[in-house]
Ligand binder design. Structure first.
Ligand SMILES: C[S@@+](CC[C@H](N)C(=O)[O-])C[C@H]1O[C@@H](n2cnc3c(N)ncnc32)[C@H](O)[C@@H]1O
Length: 335
C-alpha cells in the first residue's frame, strides 16, 4: 500500500469516525518547510495549497488496526502548503503514474516526528526525501550532528539547498553501501528509504538495515519508518494461523475452510511458500518451519511463547542468527 493510496482508501471509511479524536496540538503537524517546486531528471517536487478548515486524517485505519494507534484528525485555521516528492517512470510526468515518495501531509509529519522522539547526539538519517526528518532533528537541541545519506543526486539538488541546516551534512550514496563502509559511531539512526509498509519491505529492506547497523549504531536506537505496522502484520498473520491450528485440534486436520493452515501445509507446498511470489509466507516461514520440526503436537502455549521470541528477533540480528536463521535457510538463500 503506497503512501498516497492508504490515505485515500481509509479516509472513506466513515465507520471509523467514532474512534477518532482531534489532535491536541495541531500546529505541531505543520512541517514549516518552504521548498521551491521543481523537476530534476525523473524527480519532481510540487506544492499544493490546502484551504483552511480542511480535515486531515492523521492516523488512518491501518495505523489504528495494525499499529495500535488512536484515530486522529486535524484541521487548521489557515491554509497550509503540502510538498510532494515524486519519482516518475519513463518519460511521463503524469503525477498519477509516479511513485509518491513522501509529503509533509500532517500524517507524515506525525509519523516521522513520533519515530524521532528521544533522539540525541550524533544521528544518521537514511533517505533525504523532502528533508522533513532533517528539519525535525535540526529543531531538537539534544541532537549534535546529523548525517543524511541519500542515493539520488537529483533529490539532493531539489531539496538540500533549501533546508535550514546548522548541524547537518549530506552524503550522496546508497545507504546499504554507506553502512557497509562507514567506520564512525551513531547514537541514533532513522531509516526511511521505502514507500510501502509491507512485510516484503520489512524482509528485504528493514531487516538488512538493522543487521548492517549493529556495531555502528547504539543497540536499540535504530528506528525505521512504519516498521511497527510491518511487524504487526507479521504477528497478526501468525496469530490467525495459531487460531486455525488450535481449531484443528490434535487430529491436525483443519476445520476452517479457505486460507489453509500454515502448520499443516503439505511439504512440497510449504517449500514453495518460502519464496516470493505467492503463496509467500514471508519471514514467518522460519517460525512455521521451526514449529513443523517440533516433535509431536506442540501446545498452543509453546507456540505462543515462541512467537514472542520470534517477533523480538525480527529487530535483533543476533537473536535472529542464533535462534531463527537456520529455520529460514533454504537452498542457500539466507536472510
Ligand atoms: C520516503 S523518502 C524519505 C523521506 C524523509 N524521511 C523525509 O523526512 O522527508 C525516501 C528517500 O530515500 C531515498 N532512497 C531510496 N533508496 C535509497 C538508498 N538505498 N539509499 C539512500 N537513499 C535512498 C529516496 O531517493 C528518497 O529521497
Amino acid at each position: 500500500m503506497s503512501r498516497t493510496s492508504l490515505f485515500e482508501t481509509f479516509a472513506e471509511l466513515e465507520a471509523l469516525a467514532e474512534l477518532e479524536e482531534k489532535h491536541p496540538r495541531p500546529w505541531e503537524l505543520i512541517s514549516g518547510l518552504k521548498l521551491p517546486v521543481g523537476v530534476r531528471g525523473r524527480w519532481s517536487l510540487t506544492r499544493e495549497e490546502v484551504p483552511a478548515g480542511h480535515v486531515f486524517t492523521v492516523n488512518n485505519l491501518r495505523d489504528v488496526v495494525l499499529g495500535g494507534a488512536k484515530g486522529l484528525k486535524v484541521k487548521f485555521d489557515e491554509a497550509i502548503e503540502i510538498h510532494r516528492l515524486r519519482e516518475h517512470n519513463g518519460r511521463s510526468m503524469d503525477p498519477d503514474k509516479a511513485a509518491m515518495w513522501v509529503s509533509d501531509h500532517p500524517a507524515e509529519v506525525y509519523s516521522i516526528s513520533r519515530a524521532l522522539e528521544g533522539f540525541g547526539g550524533r544521528v544518521l538519517v537514511g533517505g533525504l526525501g523532502i528533508g522533513l526528518a532533517v528539519a525535525i532533528l535540526e529543531s531538537n537541541t539534544l541532537v549534535r550532528e546529523i548525517v543524511v545519506v541519500e542515493r539520488s543526486p537529483a533529490v539532493k539538488a531539489l531539496v538540500w539547498p533549501h533546508l535550514k541546516t546548522k548541524r547537518s551534512r549530506i552524503v550522496v550514496q546508497d545507504l546499504f553501501k554507506y553502512l557497509r563502509t562507514h567506520r564512525g559511531h551513531f547514537d541514533w539512526a532513522f531509516y526511511d528509504i521505502w514507500i510501502d509498509e509491507s512485510e516484503r519491505t520489512f524482509a528485504n529492506t528493514v531487516m538488512p538495515l538493522y543487521r548492517l547497523s549493529s556495531g555502528l549504531v547504539t543497540p536499540g536506537h535504530v528506528r525505521c519508518w512504519k516498521s511497527e505496522v510491518m511487524l504487526v502484520q507479521i504477528r497478526t498473520d501468525i496469530e490467525v494461523q495459531l487460531t486455525l491450528y488450535e481449531a484443528s485440534g490434535a487430529s491436525g486436520t483443519t476445520t476452517v475452510t479457505g486460507g489453509g493452515n500454515a502448520f499443516r501445509i503439505p511439504e512440497d507446498r510449504f517449500r514453495e511458500a518460502r519464496h516470493w511470489p505467492s503463496p509467500w509466507l514471508g519471514l514467518a516461514w522460519a517460525y512455521y518451519n521451526w514449529a513443523r520440526n517440533l516433535a509431536g503436537h506442540p501446545s498452543i502455549e509453546e507456540l505462543r511463547q515462541a512467537l514472542t521470541r520470534f517477533m523480538a528477533a525480527l529487530t535483533d540480528p543476533e537473536a535472529w542468527d542464533r535462534d531463527w536463521a537456520r529455520w529460514y535457510a533454504d537452498e542457500g538463500d539466507k536472510c
